[in-house]
Design a protein around this ligand. Structure first.
Ligand code: NOJ
Ligand code: CA
Length: 555
């Protein structure tokens, strides 16, 4: 394995709209991010993933791009971005942008040309098919609910959109489309970014039969499943993109790829894989039933552990992972994985340790390092997310009362991750001097960065210490083996990581009671319940939600 900078990367995901506002318009921006680089450096992270900040009508908060080579004015200017890249570089930080290649905005000039002129050369940049008897070409359902097809004007033609109506899917079968996309990637590499998180990349290939499927819901529609999720033939597109852009440019890439089977992992993330790494959804979506936000799966902690460990085992056989606990599409982890009465310093730091020392490049999502929690939403009007209404109405159709539907949706809403970052105890938590675009969490006087940075026993300080530990032993954590431990213990999440003789053990008591385990001898490098130092081999009573990172003595 040739040494690459990302072997020592600890990444931090920024949702620009909610990180830091610099001009009082209530919306986070690039200058705001630049102003917070010292904060990020104090935390110790060295790689930043910026969610989309490109020109966009912002229907899906920037995942609907109208110009790939422009910065949305609400985030600042191209000069601001260049300045941010330069400042990050001076601090030895790498910046990853978000590549949205499955679809554009319906306001992108390609699409405007495609729908306004049937003879347009851009017509074939999109997936346009004839309707049947006034109905869409098939019964595929979009990811955000409703038909995946939208009629073009009053014609009989429809375009495909996997997400919102305003996000038409690009036609990857067209080599000219692909060429344009590759040029955009080169253009950004030339500007100094180090790589990309790549949005929805595993649905770029569609089954060209466009066959209708047996309905899987009362709407008569069906989730296309493998007809667009890692659809056979996608390999050729991904290999071409790797060969034409990512490999020659030495880009770090992390694919948003749900549904990659263990036997496919080597192609995706192995040596010369399509991507450097991909995100695993098996444990972050464990609370969902078929993607429906309002149907909790009722998962157990044992199932959660099995999912995390199965993912790690598979990834370690083939390449490297990108462990994470939260992102901008998830609810907050204390709400997802803990009961309300369990949410405290110990449980939040234990959740942090649980995943942070897994193999690959870890990604922290903004606010996670503070133990931010879901917002206490009180009405539907408070939400911003374009995906929200269809989930709400589907919940009502499925028989939930308006109150039940709101409660169920509010728990899983993506906006939970998108409320403003909590910086201090000033008005609006220091995020803006104006009117924030989403409500600020009312707990900010207690949960905020300034207070936690001044407190050695805070979630933030624990994350800082975890990052330090990880970087001291970067090679071990990036590449070392992964061995589950104490799997027979009901409440214990534990694994060993090792590199030859150098071995560490992570032990987490995922339980609000004491659990006894026999630990080997070693040195406690970091814990949330006891002081660092030598540990004798023997039985230990782990406190509720106790978490330990132990360097094992050489056997
Ligand atoms: C995945 C992104 O993470 C999500 O926020 C977005 O809505 C969809 N892809 C569509 O781009
Ligand atoms: Ca602003």
């Amino acid at each position: 394995m040739n040494k690459q900078w990302w072997h020592e990367a600890v990444a931090y995901q920024i949702y620009p709209k909610s990180f830091q506002d610099s001009n009082g318009d209530g919306i986070g921006d690039l200058r705001g991010i630049a102003a917070r680089l010292p904060y990020l450096q104090a935390l110790g992270v060295n790689t930043l993933w910026l969610c989309p900040m490109f020109a966009s009508p912002m229907v899906d908060n920037g995942y609907d791009i109208s110009d790939y080579r422009a910065v949305h004015p609400q985030f600042g200017t191209m000069d601001d971005l260049d300045e941010l890249l330069a400042q990050a570089k001076r601090r030895n930080m790498h910046v990853l942008l978000d590549l949205v290649l499955n679809h554009t905005s319906d306001r992108h000039p390609w699409f405007e040309s495609a729908v306004s002129d049937p003879e347009s050369p851009y017509r074939d940049f999109y997936i346009i098919r004839r309707g049947q008897n006034g109905l869409p070409p098939n019964n595929w359902r979009s990811m955000f609910g409703g038909s995946a097809w939208e009629r073009i004007g009053d014609s009989n033609d429809y375009y495909l959109h996997a997400f919102a109506v305003q996000q038409p899917d690009l036609n990857w079968e067209n080599p000219l489309t692909r060429r344009q996309l590759y040029e955009i990637i080169h253009w950004w590499m030339d500007r100094g970014v180090s790589g990309f998180r790549i949005d929805a990349i595993c649905i770029i290939k569609k089954d060209l039969s466009f066959a209708s499927l047996p309905p899987d819901g009362p709407d008569g529609m069906a989730n296309p499943g493998e007809l667009w999720q890692i659809c056979p033939g996608i390999e050729a597109f991904l290999a071409e993109m790797r060969d034409e852009v990512f490999a020659p440019r030495g880009a770090f890439t992390v694919g948003e790829c749900d549904g990659v089977k263990p036997e496919q992992l080597a192609d995706f993330i192995g040596d010369n894989g399509f991507f450097t790494t991909i995100f695993d959804f098996s444990y972050t979506n464990i609370d969902l039933t078929e993607g429906k936000w309002y149907v909790p799966s009722g998962f157990t902690r044992r199932q959660l552990r099995d999912a995390i460990f199965a993912g790690q085992r598979a990834v370690c056989r083939s390449g490297h992972g990108a462990p994470y606990l939260e992102n901008h599409d998830q609810n907050r982890s204390p709400d997802k994985y803990l009961q309300p009465q369990e949410r405290c310093y110990e449980s939040k730091t234990m959740l942090g340790m649980l995943w942070f020392f897994l193999q690959g490049v870890p990604f922290i999502y903004q606010g996670q390092e503070l133990g931010m929690e879901n917002h206490p939403w009180s009405s539907l009007e408070e939400f911003d997310d374009v995906a929200m209404p269809s989930q709400y109405h589907a919940a009502l159709r499925d028989g939930l009362s308006p109150e039940q539907a709101l409660a169920a949706i509010a728990h899983r809403a993506r906006d939970n991750a998108r409320t403003p970052m909590l910086w201090d105890d000033c008005e609006n938590a220091g995020f803006t001097t104006g009117q924030p675009w989403l409500p600020v969490h009312p707990d900010y006087p207690a949960i905020n960065a300034a207070a936690q940075m001044a407190d050695d026993k805070s979630v933030w300080s624990f994350y800082r210490d975890m990052v330090k530990c990880r970087l001291v032993d970067a090679a071990l954590f990036y590449d070392g083996d992964f061995v589950p431990r104490f799997e027979e213990c009901e409440h214990i999440f534990a694994y060993e990581r090792g590199n030859g003789a150098s071995r560490v053990l992570v032990v987490c008591n995922f339980h609000d009671g004491v659990t006894e385990v026999r630990l080997p001898s070693g040195m406690l490098l970091l814990g949330n319940a006891r002081t660092n130092g030598a540990l004798q081999a023997g039985p230990y009573r782990l406190a509720p939600f106790e978490a330990m990172l132990i360097r094992l003595s050489n056997q």
